[in-house]
Write a protein that binds this ligand. Structure first.
Ligand code: PLP
Length: 460
C-alpha cells in the first residue's frame, strides 16, 4: 500500500507539489536574515505531532519546534478544530469590540502568569510585544532608556532589534533608540572571572547596578531580559540573579520586563521560566511579561504583554498611546484558548519537566562525558543547549560567535541525514522538542544527536 501523509496525499503527490512550491519560492519569496541567492530552503510538505515531512519524502523528527514555538507539536487536533470553529463564527473583529475568544484567552493567561500580571494586551508576535512593553514602560516612568543583555534576542522590528544584544543587532544598530547593554550571568563563559554560580550571580548583579548608576538611574525606563535567554544560548540564570534584578528595578524605579517569548508556556517545564528564579523570599514578579510563540504554538500569529497592577493603574485614566488592527484577533486568541486548555488537560508542562529531568539532562551529561566536542550542556524542561568546542581547555567554540564553520555545518548535515530537524545556532545545538514529546521520541532524537556528535568530535 502506498504510504499516505497526514493530509491524505501520497508522498509522490506532495513531493511534486513541494517541488513547484520551491520553484515559486526561489522566484518570488524574500526570506528573513538571509542573502537571497545563497540559500536553498528546505521544503516542508506535511507536519504531525513531533514530525515533519520534507520535499524529498523524508520524515524528520522536529527537534527544533520550528522557531521554538510548536510547544504542543504540529497539527494538534483540538487546536485545529478550535480555529475552524472560530472561523465559522467570527473570523475577524476590530480590537475595540469585546470578543469572546480574546476575553477567555486573557483570563487563561492572567491565571498562569505570576503575581499581579492580570491584564493582557495582545500583539501579532514577540517583537511587537516587546515594542509595546517598552512603550508602556516609557510612558509609565517618563524616562526613555532601555537596558538589555548583550547575549539576548528581543525581535526583528526596529526598536526590538536595537534592544537585542546579540550579533543580529550589528547590521541594524542605528544608535538612536536610547538603549544600553550589560553583561548577564553565563558561568561557562563568565565575564566576571567567576568560578561558582554564587560568584557569577553576585558579580553580574554588581555589574548591573554599576551600569544603572553610570547610565543614570533617572534616565532608565526599563530593563528587559529573557528569563532564560533562548537563541543566545539557553543560559539558565544562577540562583538569586532574577530576584536581584527585581530588587534593583524596585530600588531605582525601573520597570522590569521579562521576555518570555521563547521561554514561556511550558517550554522550561513551568508555565513561565521566571518561576525558576523564585527564592526563599518568594516568586519573582516582573512589572511586564511578554509572550508569543508557545501561547498558541504559533498556529496563528499571536503575542502579547501581561501587565502588572502598577502599570495597569497608570493607564486606568490615561489613554495608552498604541494599538494594532489585529490586537486580540479571534482566530489567534481562539487557538490560544484551545492550546492552553490542551496543555493543561494533557499535562504537557509536567511532561516537559519530566522529560527534561529524566531523559534529556542525564543523556546530555553522558554526551559530555564521552564526546570531546561537548563543552557544556545546560537547560530546563525541553529547553536545552549543547555547546560544541574544538578544545575543552580553551573552550574555543566549534563556530565563532555570530558565525558558522565547516565543522558545525557537517554536524548539522549529519543530524539531518540521521532523520532529525535540528535547531542550531553558531556553535550550539539546541534540544527543543515540543512539550508533549514522548519518551521514545526524545530518546530517538538524542540517539541521532549522539551519532552526529562523532562528526563534531573529529574536529577537536
Ligand atoms: N523575544 C525572544 C526571546 C525571542 O526568542 C523572539 C523570537 O525568537 C522574539 C522576542 C521575537 O518574536 P517574533 O519573531 O514573534 O517577533
Amino acid at each position: 500500500m502506498t504510504e499516505l501523509l497526514p493530509d491524505g496525499r501520497t508522498i509522490d503527490e506532495a513531493t511534486a507539489a513541494g517541488a513547484r512550491a520551491h520553484e515559486l519560492d526561489r522566484a518570488h519569496v524574500f526570506h528573513s536574515w538571509s542573502a537571497q541567492a545563497q540559500i536553498n530552503p528546505m521544503t516542508i510538505v506535511a507536519t504531525e505531532g513531533s514530525y515533519v515531512w520534507d520535499g524529498q519524502g523524508n520524515k524528520l523528527l522536529d527537534f527544533s519546534s520550528q522557531m521554538v514555538n510548536t510547544n504542543i507539536g504540529h497539527q494538534h487536533p483540538k487546536v485545529v478544530a478550535a480555529i475552524a470553529e472560530q472561523a465559522a463564527k467570527i473570523c475577524t473583529i476590530a480590537p475595540q469590540h469585546v470578543n469572546e475568544a480574546r476575553s477567555e484567552a486573557a483570563r487563561l493567561i492572567a491565571e498562569r502568569t505570576p503575581g499581579d500580571l492580570d491584564k493582557v494586551f495582545f500583539t501579532n508576535g514577540g517583537a511587537d510585544a516587546n515594542e509595546h512593553a517598552i512603550r508602556m514602560a516609557r510612558v509609565h516612568t517618563g524616562r526613555q532608556k532601555v537596558l538589555s543583555r548583550y547575549r539576548s534576542y528581543h525581535g526583528g522590528t526596529e526598536l526590538s532589534i536595537n534592544v537585542t544584544g546579540d550579533t543580529r543587532r550589528f547590521a541594524n544598530d542605528h544608535g538612536a533608540q536610547a538603549v544600553a547593554h550589560f553583561d548577564g550571568p553565563f558561568l561557562y563563559r563568565s565575564s566576571f572571572y567567576a568560578e561558582t554560580e554564587e560568584q557569577e550571580s553576585q558579580r553580574a548583579l554588581e555589574h548591573l547596578e554599576r551600569t544603572i548608576v553610570l547610565e543614570g538611574p533617572g534616565t532608565i525606563a526599563a530593563i528587559i531580559l529573557e528569563s532564560i535567554p533562548g537563541t543566545p544560548g539557553i543560559m539558565v540564570p544562577p540562583p538569586g540573579y532574577l530576584a536581584g534584578v527585581r530588587e534593583l528595578c524596585t530600588k531605582y524605579g525601573i520597570v522590569m520586563i521579562a521576555d518570555e517569548v521563547m521561554s514561556g508556556f511550558g517550554r522550561t517545564g513551568k508555565w513561565f521560566a521566571i518561576e525558576h528564579g523564585a527564592t526563599a523570599a518568594g516568586p519573582v514578579v516582573p512589572d511586564l511579561l511578554t509572550f508569543a510563540k508557545g501561547v498558541n504554538s504559533g498556529y496563528v500569529p499571536l503575542g502579547g504583554v501581561a501587565i502588572g497592577a502598577e502599570i495597569a493603574a497608570t493607564f486606568a485614566d490615561k489613554p495608552y498611546p498604541g494599538g494594532l488592527t489585529y490586537s486580540g484577533h479571534p482566530l489567534a486568541t481562539a487557538s490560544a484558548v484551545a492550546t492552553i486548555n490542551a496543555m493543561t488537560e494533557e499535562r504537557m508542562v509536567e511532561n516537559a519537566a519530566q522529560i527534561g529531568d529524566e531523559v534529556i539532562r542525564p543523556t546530555l551529561e553522558e554526551f559530555k562525558a564521552k564526546h570531546p566536542s561537548v563543552g557544556d550542556v545546560r537547560g530546563e524542561g525541553v529547553f536545552f543547549a549543547i555547546e560544541l568546542v574544538r578544545d575543552r581547555d580553551t573552550r574555543e567554540p566549534l563556530a565563532p560567535y555570530g558565525g558558522s564553520s565547516p565543522a558545525m555545518n557537517e554536524t548539522i548535515a549529519a543530524l539531518k541525514k540521521g532523520g532529525l530537524l535540528p535547531f542550531a545556532n553558531y556553535n550550539r545545538i539546541h534540544v527543543v522538542p515540543p512539550c508533549n514529546v514522548s519518551v521514545d521520541e526524545a530518546r530517538e532524537g538524542l540517539a541521532i544527536i549522539d551519532d552526529a556528535l562523532n562528526v563534531a568530535d573529529a574536529h577537536t
